[in-house]
Ligand binder design. Structure first.
Ligand code: KIV
Length: 271
């Protein structure tokens, strides 16, 4: 029987076992209790409390403004809705790049105040001291390479990354460095499928892709995008499984009509 069907709780070791057996890992983002509960009941393997909350929950243009306190609020809400999935929380911009002491104290706050199981951070060699220090406290770390939205002002654009040899070589080196440090998994965002395939083959830890093609160990999407709650964002890699924007608008229009026509509440909907 497949690993994910046997386990009552997904741990970092379960994800590793899934990679070993060639079972694909399914991940989504979550930011609140109600949706996290539904996703967990649907048996998603892992939930990322992504700093994409900055975009889809708070309406910011980038992930940069979200604070550690805000991430802790989202993450603790998610954790309360989850009994099975592994919950990973993004360290927000500015809470780990400065120095490794600050990185560790940010990660400790997340673990202590949310009950989550792991943290994720963006970058390779530049942040390896922070990665090492967080790991030394026994906190599992997930890496994130390729398109790193916290560096959007350096990149200048959200186009596909590592299409040139120099950037691709650095990405492969960084991936090995993160694995060697002890990261339990790695996210690769918006890079060529063949490069992601190479990284996934060379690493023993699970590689989770978003816009990184099919030859990785698992996939992650932003839940609001795949459910069609967001409309403006339509990259090639995004598959929409629902159009909740239209569904919700339809329901709200029906409600407004019912109120205006005094059809709501009816006899059975009052005391
Ligand atoms: O913040 C986020 O949602 C992410 C995923 C896109 C991987 O980092």
């Amino acid at each position: 029987m497949s690993v994910h069907k046997q386990v009552r709780k997904v741990t970092t070791h379960v994800l590793n076992e899934m990679k070993l057996r060639g079972e694909k890992i399914a991940m989504l983002t979550a930011y609140d209790y109600s949706l996290a509960r539904i996703l967990d009941k649907s048996k998603i393997d892992a939930l990322l409390v992504g700093d994409s909350a900055s975009n889809v929950m708070a309406g910011h243009e980038t992930t940069l403004p979200i604070t550690l306190n805000e991430m802790i609020y989202h993450a603790s809400s998610v954790v309360r809705g989850v009994s099975r999935a592994l919950v990973i929380v993004d360290l927000p911009f500015g809470t780990y790049q400065g120095n490794s002491r600050e990185a560790l104290s940010s990660a400790i706050r997340i673990m202590k105040e949310t009950g989550a199981h792991a943290v994720k951070l963006e970058g390779g060699a530049e942040v390896i001291e922070s990665v090492d220090r967080i790991l030394s406290a026994g906190i599992p770390v997930m890496g994130h390479l390729g398109l790193m939205p916290q560096s959007i002002h350096k990149f200048g654009t959200y186009v596909v990354r590592a299409t040139e040899n120099e950037e691709a070589d650095k990405l492969v080196k960084d991936a090995h460095l993160l694995e060697k440090s002890g990261c339990f998994a790695l996210v690769l965002e918006k890079i060529p499928a063949l490069l992601a395939k190479r990284v996934s083959k060379e690493l023993t830890i699970p590689v989770i892709g978003i816009g990184a093609g099919p030859h990785v160990d698992g996939q992650i999407l932003v839940t609001h995008d795949m459910l069609g709650l967001t409309q403006e964002f339509s990259p090639r890699f995004l598959r929409r499984y629902l159009n909740l924007n239209d569904e919700i608008q339809g329901a709200v229009h029906a409600y407004i009509d019912d109120v205006r026509q005094q059809d709501f509440p009816n006899k059975n909907e009052q005391y």
